[in-house]
Design a protein around this ligand. Structure first.
Ligand SMILES: Nc1nc2c(ncn2[C@@H]2O[C@H](COP(=O)(O)OP(=O)(O)OP(=O)(O)O)[C@@H](O)[C@H]2O)c(=O)[nH]1
Ligand SMILES: [Mg+2]
Length: 340
């Protein structure tokens, strides 16, 4: 029997005699499948086959419609364009990254209003005081008392990553964005976010899969108090566990003088840092931002910070959370979690 149904017109498949093999080809084919020549004796089997093919065609039509409808923001290639000096991550590395973040347990560990209240800093201060008061030589075993009231897991020296930026720059949101599964529309609210500038008032630490810590900081500038800025600066200057800072710049606003001061400061003290442009969904004219970047001079820094372009909110013009896979990748990379 020769199938000449409409859905099978325009086909170019080889002549086949087995129903299961043709069904397989139809269902697995990536190309548009039609025009099947087949020797089938029984009419109902032929009709079933036609139904399968129709279903498949409808499915394909839907997929291609969806593909056509996907709107990509005009800055979509910025992550590749501005980080040309870095090797772009391989597919397997991206996979490893998303597996890690999708499965990692996120645990809030501490929130402090003063640097000395960070659990491991309390322990360090105690040791230093004992050394001075009891004149204990540096290599003495007495230097490390066997017990401390602070749980060991809080003083285990995991690497720390921090987010810096002016009030309302999107620091708490980016932290939530990182630990929210890709594809989900709403962010998990591990760190509290608010449209009120100066909302985060303490250093807040989250343990990620017991491999590293993300530290949310109070913003500087409008809405923040001077002591909040002081707390963040003390943390950057003194925290031994801090391996990388991310300076957040709202993409729709560009750099302020204060942002540039922080960036120059990090460069001068040699703290590794990268720059994240947030709220990219709000950027109406990406060229203005490009000019801002050129004018800032950061592309000429010898340390060549990476520039990452992200959005934590989605909208019609920005239907996905872009840039977050690149950010996740750089975090695992700087914590040495991508080797093997
Ligand atoms: N449109 C848009 N809004 C965002 C984005 N990221 C954050 N926001 C909004 O910006 C506001 C501030 O976000 P937060 O994450 O609380 O900012 P923050 O830097 O932690 O602010 P402080 O804690 O006050 O220093 C909130 O209303 C967020 O919903 C984004 O990518 N796009
Ligand atoms: Mg905040």
């Amino acid at each position: 029997m020769r199938i000449t149904n409409k859905s099978l017109l325009h086909c170019n498949l080889p002549k086949l005699s087995s129903l299961s093999s043709i069904r397989d080809i139809v269902l697995n084919s990536k190309k548009n499948v039609s025009n099947v020549e087949l020797d089938i004796v029984d009419k109902s089997t032929a009709q079933n086959l036609l139904k399968d093919v129709d279903k498949m065609k409808n499915k394909k039509l839907l997929v291609s419609k969806k593909r056509k409808l996907e709107i990509k923001p005009p800055w979509i290639d910025f992550n590749a364009k501005y980080n040309i000096n870095y090797d772009s991550p391989k597919r397997a590395q991206f996979q490893k990254t998303s597996e890690f973040f999708n499965n990692a347990k996120v645990e809030f560990e501490w929130g402090v209003a003063s640097f000395k209240s960070i659990p491991s800093e309390i322990v360090k201060t105690n040791f230093k005081e004992r050394e001075i008061n009891d004149h204990i030589p540096i290599n003495s075993t007495k230097r490390f008392p066997g017990k401390t009231k602070i749980p060991f897991k809080l003083i285990n020296g995991l690497p720390e990553i921090t987010f810096l930026g002016r009030s309302n720059a999107g620091k708490s949101s980016i932290l939530n964005n990182l630990v929210t599964q890709l594809g989900r529309q709403r962010l998990t609210e591990e760190a509290r976010m608010s449209s009120r500038p100066g909302f985060t008032k303490t250093l807040n630490c989250f343990n990620i899969g017991n491999k590293f810590r993300l530290v949310d900081t109070p913003g500087y500038g409008f809405g923040s108090r001077i002591n909040q800025g002081g707390l963040t600066m003390e943390y950057i200057e003194n925290r031994e566990e801090l391996v990388r800072c991310y300076v957040l710049i709202p993409g729709d606003q560009g750099f302020t003088n204060l942002d540039m001061q922080i960036i120059h400061y990090l460069r001068d003290i040699g703290k590794p840092f990268e720059i994240i442009f947030t709220k990219m969904d709000k950027v109406k004219n990406p060229e203005t931002l490009q000019k801002e970047i050129d004018r800032s001079g950061i592309m000429d820094f010898p340390s060549l910070p990476k520039l990452l372009f992200t959005n934590s909110s989605i909208s019609k013009s920005c239907p996905k959370r872009y840039g977050i896979s690149d950010l996740r990748y750089t975090i695992l990379e700087c914590c040495n979690l991508l080797s093997n």
